[in-house]
Design a protein around this ligand. Structure first.
Ligand SMILES: Nc1ncnc2c1ncn2[C@@H]1O[C@H](COP(=O)(O)OP(=O)(O)OP(=O)(O)O)[C@@H](O)[C@H]1O
Ligand SMILES: [Mg+2]
Length: 257
């Protein structure tokens, strides 16, 4: 039985889609069967970020309306056959999709996939509420600034209060230089302050944006430190005990959530 993860944030633009696409590819390259579900109904972009925009024939809306099977809509990644992308409908709004139908779609996906990553829209709107009952846990993606962290804290509390979902934290755009000059907090300290297990961090890098321009995920970008960081996160999610860089200042043993 596969596990379904919500990739969520409080603030928008923290890097959910960057994390979802690259993490899905990293997990699939480890030989796991991975379904990336673009849950950003009406604003989908995983297909673009993975260079798959010309390959999508059916989307999740077609599955929910019985026009095709999940197998037909889950489009294989051109370079990694163990990764499939289920796109969100482009011409729909979150209100058009029923929670029950999405839950049964995810339940079906659990039979064939090890990991189901659901790239959610930002915040606690209808888009998230449509999918949250179908998930086993949440991955909060935040940047290390206070506005993003406060919003992340709010979302993690709500996920727990309303759905009893535990969240792990991925800090995106971690800047080692700013940590060194004490302008940015250390990832371990941030996770401890939020009382969330740290799944990992991804460095701030111009190459992530350059990758997006070329429709490549962060796992395929030119920055080796970004590629390493994503791979480490994938290994932790797969249950491996992977050490954090020393400057993260993670005191507790890593939690494989
Ligand atoms: N580690 C990083 N270093 C530099 N830029 C990054 C990094 N991660 C993401 N970005 C940039 O931040 C922008 C937003 O990223 P992304 O689309 O993944 O965020 P999002 O949380 O999915 O946004 P939304 O809330 O709109 O869905 C993109 O332009 C991306 O290139
Ligand atoms: Mg996004």
């Amino acid at each position: 039985m596969g596990r379904a993860y919500l990739i969520v944030s409080g603030k928008g633009g923290t890097g959910k889609t960057t994390v979802s696409t690259s993490l899905a590819l990293a997990l699939a390259r480890m030989g796991r069967q991975v379904l990336l579900f673009d849950g950003d109904v009406g604003l989908r972009c995983c297909d673009l970020l993975m260079g798959m925009e010309d390959l999508i024939v059916y989307d999740a809306g077609d599955v929910l309306e019985w026009r095709c099977t999940l197998e037909e809509a889950a489009t294989p990644h051109p370079q990694c056959q163990t990764l499939r992308l289920l796109s969100a409908p482009q011409m729909a709004s979150p209100g058009d999709m029923s929670k029950k139908a999405i839950a049964s779609l995810i339940a079906e996906a659990r039979q064939s996939y090890d990991d189901i990553l659901i790239d959610c829209p930002a915040g606690i709107g209808r888009g998230l509420k449509n999918v949250w009952q179908a998930a086993d846990e949440a991955i909060l993606v935040a940047t290390p600034d206070d506005a993003s962290l406060r919003a992340a804290e709010r979302v993690s509390s709500l996920l727990f209060e309303r759905r009893q979902l535990h969240a792990g934290l991925i800090l995106n755009r971690v800047d080692r230089f700013l940590i060194g000059v004490k302008e940015e907090k250390r990832p371990g300290d941030i996770a401890a302050a939020l009382d969330l297990p740290l799944i990992g961090g991804i460095p701030e890098s111009y190459d992530v944006y350059r990758g997006i321009l070329m429709h490549k995920t962060a796992l395929e970008c030119d920055a080796a430190n970004v590629r390493r960081a994503v791979t480490r996160i994938a290994r932790r999610l797969a249950g491996q005990n992977v050490r954090f860089p020393r400057f993260y200042h993670v005191i507790a043993p890593p939690t494989n959530s």
